[in-house]
Design a protein around this ligand. Structure first.
Ligand SMILES: O=C(O)C(=O)C[C@]1(C(=O)O)C=C[C@@H](O)C=C1
Length: 474
């Protein structure tokens, strides 16, 4: 179910977000989806957001993608890279920006009421000093930072504590937040233990639950209100213009929404593409990027993540201004078509034997689904005798839920079909293209244009997999 009944019984589409309530992702979600018309549902992790959209329990999901000062949210990138083929059908359909002003939150009336457990080291020293003098000593109060050889010009925090922080011995936050508040944390809470948690609002919850009163959270003023915490410092981010960008995700084949509003067509669009290249081939990344220039497409960001397959091999994420048109027209389609000749999909290369007798044997299953082995689609080099065919070998047992209906499934160990996938580059030897479903029926190139067949749509989305999403940007 991706819809829930509202007060008047009307179905409201479900939107999931990284929770709990009062996370920055919640704020982004409220900006994009009014809660009067949507059921906004917090989930625990970014992975859970992807899973709910993939499973269809939510029609949309909202995830953090990038912070202006601390960079990419690697959890989200890894889910888009999807080397495990968990979420092949998830695409981006919109983006949203939230100005992130972090606060340090603690239990209320920290000085008067909190119990004081024995704490070792600097925090205990600071407590003793503060208790004796009633003020927090320099540099804790002045914000002065001692220059060192490695950091001759240390950044000065722009915010000062509003309360005594001497008793704080533990900090909770989302890992993204630490790097946005370096100056404040390194000045006023240097050496205090930091614990990563799933979100800043989860951090606030943990502090609210900590009866000792010795922990604090880097979180939002909104979370302070929701959890009944005191703001011990406000605006502790390094940069006043600190902003996080969020993506709205949906299923590739899902219902298209009103993202971008009524005038979306006239507005600018962005597209996110992910791919990997042949790392042994000099210039392969440069060739790939040159394709975008050739089609006049302006790149707005590039990210990499480890391929997860081989050390020092990477998956590249390229964002560009432009919209993928229906069909094959337009510069984005043109560039993606050519990009195919220079790239591999983001799926892990696996050991292959060279094709013999026009067949390819795969040494081991690349991706395993329940009751399924060997789900493989392969692109062959242009000059190879079998170059016009990609062979799919399947070993599928009957009765898989959610996969091709029984008439498409064979208990036979092998079933093969071929589709032409000419490559323009002979030097790209074997290029694994896609593997996540398998069929027993024979299929030819014309199937690709028959939108009514299961094979066709599945193949089409497999071929489309280097496209992570396209959305309207404000
Ligand atoms: O922890 C939260 O509140 C989030 O929504 C996650 C997140 C992120 O991953 O970037 C969002 C905004 C801030 O940059 C810090 C954390």
């Amino acid at each position: 179910m991706s819809e829930e009944s509202g007060e008047l019984g009307a179905k409201k589409p479900v939107v999931t977000f990284l929770g709990p309530v009062a996370s920055y992702t919640h704020q982004a979600t409220l900006d994009a989806f009014p809660d009067s018309t949507h059921t906004l549902t917090p989930v625990t992790t970014i992975d859970d957001v992807f899973a709910s959209v993939h499973a269809g329990t939510a029609t949309r999901g909202v995830v953090p993608f990038e912070n202006s000062s601390n960079g990419s949210v690697v959890f989200t990138l890894d889910l888009f890279a999807d080397t495990q083929r968990k979420y092949p059908d998830i695409v981006v359909c919109a983006e949203s920006y939230v100005a992130v002003q972090h606060c340090l939150l603690g239990r209320p009336h920290l000085n008067q009421h909190a119990t004081t457990p024995s704490a070792p080291g600097k925090a205990a020293d600071r407590r003793t000093t503060a208790a004796r003098t009633g003020v927090i000593e320099s540099p804790l109060s002045s914000g002065a930072v001692t220059p060192t050889t490695s950091t001759p010009h240390p950044q000065k925090p722009s915010a000062r504590p509003l309360a005594d922080l001497a008793r704080i011995t533990k900090l909770y936050s989302h890992p993204q937040a630490w790097g946005q508040c370096n100056a404040f944390l390194n000045t006023y809470l240097k050496g205090v233990e930091r614990q990563d948690v799933s979100s800043t609002s989860r951090a606030a919850q943990l502090v609210a639950d900590d009866e000792s009163g010795t922990s604090a959270a880097v979180s939002s003023a909104f979370a302070a209100e929701v959890c009944g915490l005191e703001v011990l410092a406000r605006g502790i981010e390094d940069r006043a213009d600190n902003t996080t960008r969020f993506f709205v995700i949906r299923r590739r084949e899902g219902e298209e929404g009103q993202e971008g509003g009524a005038h979306a067509a006239e507005r600018e669009w962005k597209t996110l593409v992910c791919f990997t290249v042949d790392h042994a081939n000099p210039g392969s990344l440069a060739h790939s990027l040159a394709v975008f220039e050739k089609y006049g497409l302006n790149l707005t960001s590039i990210n990499t993540r480890p391929s997860g397959v081989e050390n020092w091999n990477y998956i590249f994420f390229v964002e560009l201004r432009g919209k993928r048109e229906e069909g094959t027209e337009g510069p984005v389609n043109g560039a993606l078509g050519e990009l195919d000749a220079h790239t591999r999909t983001t799926l892990p290369p696996q050991p292959l034997q060279l094709p013999q007798n026009n067949q390819i044997r795969i040494q081991k299953p690349i991706h395993t689904l329940p009751h399924t082995r060997l789900l493989v689609l392969i692109q062959l080099p242009a000059l190879h005798p079998a170059s016009r065919d990609a062979l799919l070998e399947a070993d599928v047992r009957q009765g898989m839920d959610g996969y091709p209906s029984q008439k498409h499934i064979s208990t036979a160990r092998t079933s093969i079909y071929a589709i032409p996938m000419p490559t323009q580059r002979a030097d790209l030897q074997l290029c694994i293209r896609a593997f996540w479903l398998s069929f027993t029926t024979n299929c030819c190139s014309s199937c690709l244009s028959r939108s009514d067949s299961l094979e066709t749509s599945t193949l089409a989305s497999a071929l489309d997999m280097s496209m992570v999403g396209g959305w309207n940007c404000a």
